[in-house]
Design a protein around this ligand. Sequence first.
Ligand SMILES: C[S@@+](CC[C@H](N)C(=O)[O-])C[C@H]1O[C@@H](n2cnc3c(N)ncnc32)[C@H](O)[C@@H]1O
Length: 314
Amino acid sequence: MKLLLIKLQTSHEIEDALTYFSQEEVKALGVEARKRSDFEQAGWANDSTVVDFNDIENLPEDMEFIAYFDQERDPDDLIKQYKSKLAELESYGLDTGKKEISYDYVQDEDWNKVWQKYYHVLNFSRHLAIVPEWENYQPEFPDQKVITLDPGLAFGTGGHTTTQLVMMALERSLTKPVKVLDVGTGSGILAIAASKLGAKSVLATDISDEAVTAANENIALNKLNNIEVIKANLLKDVDGKFDLILANILAEILFDLIPDLDKHLAPNGKVIFSGIDYLQAEKVKQRLADNGFSVKTTMQEGRWVCLLIERKPD
Ligand SMILES: C[S@@+](CC[C@H](N)C(=O)[O-])C[C@H]1O[C@@H](n2cnc3c(N)ncnc32)[C@H](O)[C@@H]1O
């Protein structure tokens, strides 16, 4: 089987936005970014190494972004969607670079190698490490929890800033064994992190069948028996109340979730929202305030904002 590659010559400034768009909106199987600065830094980091740029094949002017798709997808339609995304990002004042878009096909075997080449151990924090199924890792601390992961087709390798912000917020918020709800679980990474950090039980939901399958596989890989995965649209098919609700989904989707939060949040419950572009953070905070919630902590890395939320005091 072959894979379709959509290649963009663009600017490193929009790597996160393109990654999110590719995985969330046009459902790429995976993405890869080749940045000129990575090669330059390789030279600076090892001062005995001389990096001859002429030796690097197709060295991008700034960043080459590649998104991988099933060969059945229509390249012209995808190019149209990427063009309109670039125009939208440009309208926010972002640098979109050369904006050249082309497509190509590669054999699937090559893709598998690429996939594995780009996912490595993430020694994330004092308490968590994310380890691809095909790598070996010895924890840096005897009690560091290891999350074994094969992200498959679902979002959530641990590499994305929005996921990492939730993992940090989880470490801060999970101070006792409580009931957790992970909305939009993707690969299951946050549900697994919550369970390994001591949650009593976790309900993980996703609207996508691929995500439900990937999450169940990853839960089995990690031998956890306190996580249930269901297919659901936000909180619509969810029963019960939870002490901690996590949702790493785009702001547009979080807006639909906010009105149902109160019904599913236990007394003294907490909520963690991520996936919010900083340009939309104030709007999300306002919507939360209108629904009886207040933001206790705001975390930001690059463009991405993560909110730690509680009910407004009476
Ligand atoms: C950005 S990914 C987050 C994955 C993972 N939780 C992480 O933090 O890495 C968002 C996930 O939300 C899911 N999703 C999108 N809209 C949804 C909805 N209306 N209801 C439930 N899940 C949804 C997507 O399928 C995707 O798996």
